[in-house]
Design a protein around this ligand. Structure first.
Ligand code: UD1
Ligand code: UDP
Length: 353
């Protein structure tokens, strides 16, 4: 079987890593990198730290408006899919690369398989929500990480080709935890275990609205806590444009985006995590680290319902309150599978659905 896998952004390299490794044992995988993320620290660093093979194609699309980026991806993907004639096109998550992969393949009548299908925030102001809805409705195979995702697809009338497989990010987190610990990342930064917070911000709702960005930074300042803050390129640009880059609190330990293992190492030993990332909310849950989500809603409600994640939004007072007071109160469920999601995905693909 020939599988064309489409990736392009940081979280997709992580999700594709375990699936790609297994696929290549039995099948012919053609890995297509759209080039949506291109800085070494946002792209190649993940191929190195997760030992993902070099992509067969890098379309080099880069940044742009949604229309420019998605449109250029579609043009290039069409060419590659027609040339490779895969049996199935595999897409991951909810980025513009996901949308272009699903739409490009479906229009050419190639079956689409979607990893991390069925997620919903029910907030259509998020570009990811639109990408997910379209990718799910174009897919013939839908690999869901949680029962909630299966139920959400059913509510939209999608029942055929739906498989509950667990979360591939859990596979990766478990498989790499020991290697991550050996990095001693926190010691290199001179930090004691559970003595610092870890923060990531990159959602347009927080970066592109200077009030929200300022309110998050001021909450970090007023907390007085040491906060490791690996800065996403979108956020760096936003901090510069808002004139905030030279007036950041001294308690912030700013870094470039970290590679997967360094980030996991810091996450495991953090006292709490503050984030608007989808993946980081889950990883905090996997490692039993309390998570403060800088959004008003989440696709990962299991983490909130189990008491390990709190939705603080972008209001300074709410964030400060959560930094000071939030303590997990529940036991963790088995919502994200058993760390073998990639095996199930490859088995189902091998069986042809
Ligand atoms: C994208 C995804 C988002 C995902 C995130 C993961 C979409 C619509 N958004 O958001 O769902 O959570 O990736 O990190 O697909 N930039 C660089 N270097 C890079 C990449 C980006 O400098 O290697 C800068 C550019 O200024 C670019 C901006 O970051 O305009 C945003 O990049 P883009 O890929 O459009 O969106 P993300 O915010 O990264
Ligand atoms: N991540 C990383 N280095 C960083 C920040 C995040 O390796 O400096 C990882 C993180 O562990 C998670 C993934 O990137 O696995 C999440 O990606 P991101 O937050 O960019 O996207 P989202 O999950 O919100 O789509």
């Amino acid at each position: 079987m020939k599988v064309a896998s489409v990736v392009g952004a940081r979280p997709q390299f992580i999700k594709a890593a375990p699936v790609s490794a297994l696929l290549r044992r039995q099948h012919h995988e053609v890995l297509i990198h759209t080039g949506q993320h291109y800085d070494d620290g946002m792209s190649a660093a993940f191929f190195r730290s997760l030992r993902i093979p070099d992509p067969e194609y890098n379309l080099g699309i880069g940044s742009g408006t949604h229309g420019e980026q998605t449109g250029q991806m579609l043009v290039e993907l069409e060419r590659v899919i027609e040339a490779e004639k895969p049996d199935v096109v595999l897409v991951y998550g909810d980025t513009n690369s996901t949308l272009a992969g699903a739409l490009g393949a479906a229009k050419l009548h190639y079956p689409v398989a979607h990893v991390e299908a069925g997620l919903r925030s029910y907030n259509r102001a998020m570009p990811e929500e639109l990408n997910r809805i379209i990718a799910d409705h174009l897919s013939t195979l839908l690999f869901c990480p949680t029962q909630t995702a299966v139920d959400q697809l059913a509510a939209e009338g999608i029942r055929s080709g739906v498989h509950l497989v667990g979360d591939v990010m859990y596979d990766v987190a478990l498989a790499t935890a020991q290697e991550a610990r050996q990095r001693k990342t926190r010691k290199r930064l001179g930090l004691g275990a559970k003595e610092y917070l870890l923060c990531t911000v990159h959602r347009p709702a927080n970066t592109d609205d200077p009030r929200n960005l300022r309110s998050i930074v001021e909450a970090l300042r007023e907390s007085g806590r040491t906060v490791v803050f690996p800065v996403h390129p979108r956020t760096k640009k936003a901090l510069e444009q808002a004139g905030m880059i030279d007036d950041l609190p001294e308690t912030l330990v700013l870094t470039e985006p970290l590679d997967y293992l360094d980030f996991q190492a810091l996450l495991m030993d953090a006292a709490k995590v503050l984030t608007d990332s989808g993946g980081v909310q889950k990883e905090a849950y996997f490692f039993g680290v309390p998570c403060i989500t800088l959004r008003d809603e989440t696709e990962w409600m299991e983490t909130v319902e189990d008491g390990w994640n709190v939705l603080a939004g972008a209001e300074k007072a709410d964030i400060l309150h959560a930094i000071r007071e939030f303590e997990p109160r529940g036991t963790k469920s088995k919502s994200f599978g058993d760390g073998h999601a990639a095996e199930l995905i490859v088995d189902i693909l091998t069986r042809g659905g």
